[in-house]
Design a binder for this molecule. Structure first.
Ligand code: SF4
Length: 217
């Protein structure tokens, strides 16, 4: 990639990066075909989103329209599940077919919906962010803390996507047991071990959940 060129980043990439930055790296540089169970889950997710989208359109939301914005050397581009705008505010809905955490939202979901918030904010005072899980809907407002995390994630993704720097491995028994890259990931760690090495994405370990999102009454 030309060092002067802009990097296009999709909110779905932010989602994968916050789940495990190392997994994101493998997905870019050595992609493998997803296992059948994962493909079936993805298909069911598409059907779920399609049906929810039909309902949202009837309620006046704009559904899965492509939007984009430039942030310095990054082009942020994506399709929010649903959004509704007025002159002074915009409400964004991100749907997840799984369960959310007991309170707040997963960091991956916060970054994804915040990216849409930045793209749609314009001159509006209020940007309402909603994450709709299967069991609960959580809501918050776009604020400086979320924006700071988003910029941090975008900077680190640029290091991975543009410069090929190997990022942080967000290990957990559950996460790694179903990862197709487990063996190569462990091997890579043996070769890379260096206490002073900067690993893009290490911040995901500190903030697994964003508790500024509250249950929608
Ligand atoms: S094995 Fe674990 S840490 Fe390594 S890429 Fe997969 S999920 Fe991430």
């Amino acid at each position: 990639m030309d060092k002067e060129s802009k990097v296009t980043i999709y909110p779905s990439e932010l989602h994968t990066f916050a789940y495990c930055p190392r997994l994101y790296f493998f997905n870019i540089y050595t992609p493998v075909e997803k296992p059948l169970t994962q493909r079936i889950r993805l298909l069911l997710g598409h059907i779920y989103h399609y049906l929810k989208g039909l309902l949202a359109k009837r309620r006046g939301y704009r559904v899965e329209e492509t939007i984009s914005t430039e942030l310095g050397s990054v082009v942020l581009r994506g399709r929010p599940d649903a959004y509704k705008e007025s002159d002074s505010s915009v409400e964004i809905v991100e749907r997840k077919s799984g369960r959310g955490p007991k309170e707040g939202v997963w960091l991956s979901d916060m970054l994804q919906v915040t990216a849409y918030g930045i793209m749609l904010k314009g001159a509006r005072d209020h940007v309402v962010l909603k994450v709709e899980y299967r069991t609960a809907t959580r809501q918050s407002e776009l604020d400086s803390e979320k924006i700071a995390y988003l910029y941090k994630a975008l900077d680190d993704i640029v290091l991975v996507k543009k410069y090929g720097i190997v990022p942080y491995a967000n290990r957990s028994p559950k996460r790694c047991s179903k990862c197709p890259y487990r063996e190569v990931c462990e091997e890579l760690d043996k070769q890379l071990y260096d206490e002073d090495l900067y690993e893009p994405g290490a911040f995901v370990a500190e903030k697994g959940v964003d508790k500024s999102f509250r249950d929608l009454a």
